[in-house]
Design a protein. Structure first.
Length: 339
């Protein structure tokens, strides 16, 4: 998760750059001389937020638009890099993913899904192409991650106590979506539900994508709204049995009924909506280094850490090397300066 103060600093740099030029007509931002239009911004805004909803103020709407615009800028930066490296998704890739989206629905139901998101079929295809292309780029960055036996042994020896369970443990992860606005929440997509309806739709979308075979950890990195676990793919670590006894009975039953590698249904909690995944269930006692489960856990932990480090560094380098002019941010700053 990128700290808020760094985001604020980045926003000021974008404003400063924008102040040096006059904004083109209908352009919210420019990325390496490629425009992001107000029409595109508005379409993305209305797909995620209802500006007429109770409690929405002009300031709140503008904050939401600036957040969406930052995400569009980041995506455009990465898309241009994918283009430059010849990593754009081809039509066959797009059609395959589109068919996965359509498969659970009748033709009429799928059309209703598009209408609910205020999208056309062509909009969805463009979105799929962009997401697949950016994912190919990221995969290209993290492809060479290598976890050696020495890395595993060093981690084990430094964290041996973590593999000595005084009681049974459940290694699990979560996808969390909350219904309350919170500008401090960050994930790779900068995606945040703002109310109950948006939260419900978002968690249903994530459930559907899991059923279509998408990776749980990647979805958590991209969309989960838990700032503590989203950067690590939603990983909650090993949860002791005594801790599970403190959660609501229905939730505990759900967790205990899950088998390793299984994913839960959507669970409504006080925090919002959750989907859980159980990786392993461990009895009490010390686990030796040669235990395959220990090896797998350590390798996944180290890979996730390096994966997040490389992604964060790559995004920052890409932003630094891009020429970004944020005209919307400039207009907000200018309006405040005149008061």
């Amino acid at each position: 998760m990128i700290p808020t103060n760094r985001l604020a600093a980045g926003g000021l740099l974008l404003v400063a750059a924008a102040c040096r030029t006059s904004p083109p007509v209908n352009v919210a931002a420019m990325v390496n001389n490629r425009p992001i239009t107000y029409q595109e911004l508005e379409k993305n805004f209305r797909a995620r937020f209802d500006p007429s909803s109770e409690g929405s103020s002009e300031d709140q709407i503008m904050i939401q638009k600036l957040e969406i615009l930052r995400g569009l800028v980041d995506n455009e930066i990465m898309l241009q890099r994918a283009e430059k490296l010849g990593l754009m998704a081809v039509d066959a890739d797009v059609e395959t993913k589109l068919n996965e989206f359509k498969s659970p629905y009748t033709k009429e139901e799928f059309q209703k899904q598009l209408e609910a998101k205020k999208m056309t079929l062509e909009d969805l295809k463009q979105q799929i192409r962009r997401e697949l292309s950016i994912q190919k780029l990221i995969n290209n960055v993290t492809f060479h991650i290598d976890i050696t036996d020495a890395d595993v042994a060093n981690f084990y020896n430094s964290n041996k106590g973590a593999f000595n369970f005084a009681e049974p443990q459940v290694h699990m992860a979560q996808l969390l979506v909350t219904p309350l606005p919170d500008t401090s929440v960050r994930n790779l997509k900068n995606d945040k539900a703002q109310n109950e309806e948006e939260a419900r739709k978002k968690i249903q979308m994530l459930e559907q994508r899991l059923k279509q075979g998408e990776d749980f950890a990647m979805l958590a990195q991209n969309y989960s709204e838990d700032p503590n676990t989203a950067p690590n793919g939603g990983d909650l670590g090993f949860v002791p049995q005594s801790a599970l006894e403190k959660v609501p009975v229905e939730l505990r039953k759900e967790i205990m009924a899950l088998q390793p590698a299984q994913v839960s249904r959507i669970i409504r909690t006080q925090a919002g909506y959750s989907i859980l995944k159980v990786y392993t269930k461990e009895p009490s006692g010390q686990r030796p280094l040669n235990d395959p489960r220990v090896q797998q856990t350590i390798r996944e932990t180290l890979r996730n850490r390096k994966d997040q480090l490389l992604k964060a560094a790559y995004y920052e380098v890409a932003r630094n090397e891009a020429k970004v002019l944020n005209y919307l941010a400039k207009s907000v700053a200018d309006a405040a300066a005149k008061k």
